[in-house]
Design a binder for this molecule. Sequence first.
Ligand code: SF4
Length: 343
Amino acid sequence: MIPLLAHTPETLHAALHAEGPGVPLAACRRAFHDLVGKGLPGTETRDGLSKASIRALEASCTWALPEIETTVVDDFDKSVRYLFRLADGERVEAVRIPLLKPGRFSVCLSSQVGCAMGCVFCATGRLGLSRNLATEEIIGCFLRVRADCPGRVSGAVFMGQGEPFHNYDAVLQAAEILCHPNGGAIAAENITISTVGVVPSIHRYAEERRRFRLIISLHSAIQSRRDQLVAVSRKWPLPSLAEAIRAYANVAPGRVTVAYTLVSGVNTGADEAEALAALLGDLPLRINLIDVNDTTGEFAQAPDAERRRFMDLLQPLRVPIVRRYSVGAAQNSACGMLASVTP
Ligand code: SF4
């Protein structure tokens, strides 16, 4: 059976033709628009679809959505964490994030159940990797959140559980569905993919000239320190990561965003700013700074004065430095806290 939510109209059309007599492209477009664009369930009530097309879709396709097990609202910032139960019993999360513009929301999506990258400050990393999410599961989570949303979903970020570039094909296909005008209808520049540095995938992303926003979570430009913060850094050391970032910078539409999760007393010093300047200082960077959200109490957030000092130390780079706020910390919904815990 073909998972309908894993396809754009064009790939669905090709998949159905590979399986049997096929369904006209116009009918695939219609089914896609109804299911993903409008979020209508099933195919029974489709206007504009021939009975033959409906029969063929029903005979060849599935379109089950994951069940919402729990929703957890953060009363402080109004973010909502959704805990999903997948068909095989695995659980994964997505977070609905209110944007500054009233009535607009972004959805933080997971790409894997757990994660293999081993960032020491991250609750998902401590779970280890259970499995990749399939495109239809990612889109299914998105559709569930959107159906529950009191406004318009105009953004999506792959910053939930998992390393998106460790599940490249499924995530990029999901991103294409999210930005398809008859699907999620989210502008490509409002879809963000965050990677901790899966070097081969960064090269591939650059070669494919994808147009989604890419953030590279650097956390440290000093090899020994990065090794301590991000286990996978030993697999793809900084010189190879810097080479991949350069390849991406050559084709990126704008500045290349690198992110630091700031840990007090660890990666906020002058040595860090100097190392970043030496590693990537010639590139048009944007630097995002995020407070660590450690659930173990082992890694402390940098106090305001420490963060401001680090921002001052970065000034010689003469690039935009943006402090990013993570919502949902009170409800284990923030960056680095997703571990499928129930309240
Ligand atoms: S921060 Fe991201 S890449 Fe690192 S362990 Fe957590 S989910 Fe994985």
